[in-house]
Write a protein that binds this ligand. Structure first.
Ligand SMILES: Cc1cc2nc3c(=O)[nH]c(=O)nc-3n(C[C@H](O)[C@H](O)[C@H](O)COP(=O)(O)O)c2cc1C
Length: 390
């Protein structure tokens, strides 16, 4: 691989560097991976009006969300196990996010504990919670997140059960393992020496950092993995939001909203923001691309609930399209972990700079210097998705 020029190049590098089971865990989706593909296809299909001869010498990328200004409208989405893709992955990522002035969100199931991430951070980061059956553990996690300075909580609500991801089953990463799959996994690890050195040897401890102190007898990832799969709480309903609110005085974002009826309920429950997300095509296959859900959801969210979007964003051009469609902010999942896996913090920083350059061209040649001026007028007229009521 020569010098990477795009997210897609970083994906290729990550594929070479990571054990197959970890690359597939990142790259894959649920069932036939139709939604996974549709998320990116929707961005590719949407064409733009090219406009010229406007003064675009001073393009600004800064954007406010939840009362705070960031240098780019791109957040690093919560991604579990990031510290198993690169040495202390979450710590490397938070440093880059802080340097570039963008939000970083730490997953419940991160490798690095929130305290370790906080020690490396210079800005408050966002924390993501999966609602757990054991409310005491959930309450402890929120207490710790507050104590390390987190002010924004993302509550992920699209995972009552983990999605069926065939690649993970085939690789022995989920489901039953037999001796053959166990051996294959070990061979897969040892045949990737750069990863082995960077993560398995020098990147320890490889445990779920936030959970290890909450789970008795949790010495390894496998010990806690079993506990986690029993802990995802499928009984959670809108009533439980009150419990979360009581524990969390800061900003609350609901992640995993795809339907206008759910968006209306979120507004009625006074959440500060919602994330239009299908979990990057990793949960319910056959749901539409998030790009095509933004406009309707934004229309019902009103002024008191901001709308973020993720799933399928692979370039700065896609960020511009999402913002023009009506999103207040975007998040990226796979792109940041591909770059991190490929070349650590340096790779991640470079990938984000590439995305900013792509945004610059997209804004310049649609004739805009400010994010706030983007709107659906940048799309070719016959390209917009049909909205409710049309
Ligand atoms: C490997 C991987 C792990 C993820 N882990 C989490 C997680 O722990 N919590 C969560 O809310 N979302 C998780 N997500 C979903 C992301 O936050 C995000 O919604 C998704 O990746 C966006 O789609 P994209 O990858 O196409 O950008 C994960 C996604 C990936 C790819």
């Amino acid at each position: 691989m020569k010098i990477p020029a795009s997210v897609s190049d970083y994906r290729t590098m990550a594929r070479q560097r990571l054990p197959r089971q970890l690359f597939d865990y990142i790259d894959g989706g649920s069932y036939a991976e139709w939604t996974l593909a549709e998320n990116t296809n929707a961005f590719e299909r949407l064409t733009l009006r090219q406009r010229v001869l406007k003064d675009v010498s001073d393009i600004q990328f800064n954007k406010n969300i939840l009362g705070q200004e960031f240098k780019l409208p791109i957040a690093l989405a919560p991604v579990g196990l990031a510290g198993s893709f690169a040495n202390r992955g979450e710590v490397q990522a938070v440093k880059v996010a802080n340097d570039l002035g963008i939000p970083f969100c730490l997953s419940t199931v991160s490798i690095c504990a929130m305290e370790e991430v906080a020690d490396a951070a210079t800005q408050p980061f966002w924390y993501q919670l999966y609602m757990l059956r054991d409310k005491q553990v959930a309450a402890n996690l929120l207490k710790r997140a507050k104590a390390v300075g987190c002010e924004t909580l993302i509550l992920t609500v699209d995972l009552p059960f983990p999605g069926a991801r065939y690649r993970d089953t085939r690789n022995g990463l989920s489901g039953k393992q037999n001796l053959t799959t166990k051996l294959k996994r070990i061979v897969d690890f040892v045949s990737h020496p750069r990863w082995l050195w960077d993560v398995a040897i020098t990147g320890k401890p490889l445990v779920f950092g936030n959970l290890v102190q909450e789970v008795a007898n949790a010495k390894s990832l496998d010990d806690i993995q079993g506990w986690i799969s029993e802990q995802f709480d499928p009984t959670i309903t809108w009533q439980d939001l009150k419990w979360v609110r009581d524990q969390w005085p800061g900003k609350l974002i609901l992640k995993g909203i795809m339907d206008t009826d759910d968006a209306k309920l979120a507004v009625a429950h006074h959440v500060d923001a919602i994330i239009v997300s299908n979990h990057g095509g990793r949960q319910l296959d056959s749901v539409p691309a998030t790009l095509n859900a933004i406009a309707d959801i934004k229309a019902v969210a009103g002024d008191n609930c901001e709308v973020l979007v993720d799933s399928g964003i692979r370039s700065g051009l896609d960020v511009v399209k999402a913002m023009a469609m009506g999103a207040d902010f975007t998040l990226i999942g796979r792109p940041w972990v591909y770059a991190l896996a490929a070349n650590g913090g340096e790779g991640l920083k470079h990938m984000l700079e590439l995305m900013q350059d792509e945004m610059r061209i997209a804004m310049a040649l649609t004739g805009h210097s400010r994010i706030a001026d983007l709107g659906q007028h940048i799309f070719a007229a016959n390209q917009l998705p049909q909205h409710e009521g049309q």
